[in-house]
Design a protein around this ligand. Sequence first.
Ligand code: NDP
Length: 244
Amino acid sequence: MKLSFSGLRALVTGAGKGIGRDTVKALHASGAKVVAVTRTNADLVSLAKECPGIEPVCVDLGDWEATEKALRNIGPVDLLVNNAGVALVQPFIESTKEVFDRSFNVNVRSVLQVSQVVAKGMISRGVAGSIVNISSMVAYVTFPGLTTYSSTKGALTMLTKAMAMELGPHKIRVNSVNPTVVLTDMGKKVSADPNFAKKLKERHPLRKFAEVEDVVNSILFLLSDSSASTTGSSILVDAGYLAS
Ligand code: NDP
């Protein structure tokens, strides 16, 4: 997808690997200045070599105080992609407080926190903006072991709508992208059982999972003015799974 983000500054969380990393590369190639936020510094070092000029921020977004400190002087941001997430697999009956808290802190609470920082800046500058939350099709359907992960993505659906409602009058749009399995490190982990993966793939009308590029294209569309009248909404990148 050929879109120009020239003159705009974007912040992408979970920028070190997978969908976040390719989103940074696409935004950088489309002319945006990019702030890349992630947890592992080595990923930022290699990313900065691939995308000269990006601004790296190394922080654990599950830590509220550390995030507050890291983003204190983040400067003006026009586009935000809340992509960082963890998929910690546990059966419901064995679900622990630690996994529940970590999952909600990273997948939901950090979206609220980072978006607050960015939206406050947009409002004080009086500029329009676009925020895209990376959710999942498991916001709507679930699988064994995904009790907590799926619940975080369900919560993200309402957080996206609530943010869209309150930020809309400030011309800040908020939407989500909801993919099926994407074979990043995370996707490989959750579909590691070959029998499960085969059966799951066959249940998709397109008989495939999603590619990182498909997800990135939807992110760019929602960030861009091409989706100027879309807010509080979600794009499924699910190879038709929810239609099956
Ligand atoms: P990856 O695990 O491949 O990459 C996630 C990135 O987020 C990593 O760079 C990771 O850094 C970073 N990250 C994770 N936790 C934190 C944290 N606490 N603070 C800062 N950075 C963090 O995942 P994907 O690219 O596959 O997933 C991206 C998003 O897409 C997630 O929100 C995920 O839930 C969603 N998604 C993924 C699907 C899939 O099948 N892959 C399907 C549907 C949705 P580090 O490695 O250093 O921890």
